[in-house]
Design a protein around this ligand. Structure first.
Ligand code: C5P
Length: 238
């Protein structure tokens, strides 16, 4: 059985290592995130390899550049068949991405505020607003720009869902089961909390990839999510 709500981040530095992790996860995980590390090591060749195996791919390159460059980069990446592609949530960048995507089926996701940022990090960049205010602004701008969804902290997913509406795709990294190491992530929640707050997908890297048995860990997280969704639907129908 595939864990439909889990995207495993392939944060490794070679195609060989990524291949080995995908093989260990077997049929358990059908959706993978390729970020800048693996992309720098193995590029679109490895993305195409995953797609060729019938895997779904989230290409998380978080584009942020002048509009023309973003438009052209999206125009090249989108027809490959990647399902999700990220750009940062600034209006100029998002509008360019939507233009570059054209008729391709790729869904464009806007990064709201990185889950490794806290209030202090925002102040350091010169933002005086609260994280929640900046996230809300970027969600509204993303919807206006024609984006398909958002990447946000699971802690903000309920507010993001309320602002973005039922059709927006919500993807939440910064997810940790209770007791798992947090690493550099600051705005984290459990997989169960993430889906209860309205996330469609949780991105999980280290907790699954560095587990002694990644497939067993993925199965455990899938179970946690299934239980959260079942109890949420009981509450709705009760
Ligand atoms: O290992 P961990 O589960 O923290 O990995 C999270 C993944 O999600 C990383 O690949 C990171 O680049 C990505 N990500 C994130 N915060 C965002 C967007 C993406 O942590 N806002």
């Amino acid at each position: 059985m595939t864990a439909d709500h889990i995207i495993v981040a392939l944060d490794v530095d070679s195609a060989a290592e990524a291949r080995a992790l995908v093989a260990r996860l077997g049929g358990q995980i059908g959706f993978y995130k390729v970020g800048m590390e693996l992309y720098a090591a193995a590029g679109m060749d490895f993305v195409r390899e995953l797609l060729g195996q019938g895997k779904r791919v989230f290409l998380d390159l978080k584009y942020y550049d002048i509009g023309e460059t973003v438009k052209r980069a999206v125009r090249v990446a989108a027809p490959s068949g990647v399902e999700f592609l990220t750009v940062h949530g600034s209006s100029q960048v998002m509008r360019a991405a939507v233009e570059g995507r054209g008729d391709a089926a790729t869904r464009l996701l806007a990064v709201t505020v990185l889950t490794s940022f806290d209030q202090q990090d925002l102040a350091d960049m010169g933002y005086e607003c609260a994280i929640a205010g900046l996230v809300a602004l970027r969600v509204r701008k993303a919807m206006q720009a024609g984006m398909d969804g958002l990447v946000c902290s699971p802690l903000e997913a309920a507010n993001v869902r309320a602002l973005a509406g039922p059709n927006a795709i919500l993807v939440t990294p910064g997810v940790r089961s209770s007791g798992a190491a947090q690493g550099d992530q600051k705005r984290v929640a459990t997989p169960a909390e993430a889906v209860r707050n309205g996330a469609d997908y949780v991105v999980m890297g280290r907790q699954i990839a560095r587990a002694a048995d990644p497939a067993a860990e993925a199965a455990r997280v899938a179970q946690e999510i299934a239980e959260a969704l079942a109890s949420a639907s009981c509450r709705q129908s009760g």
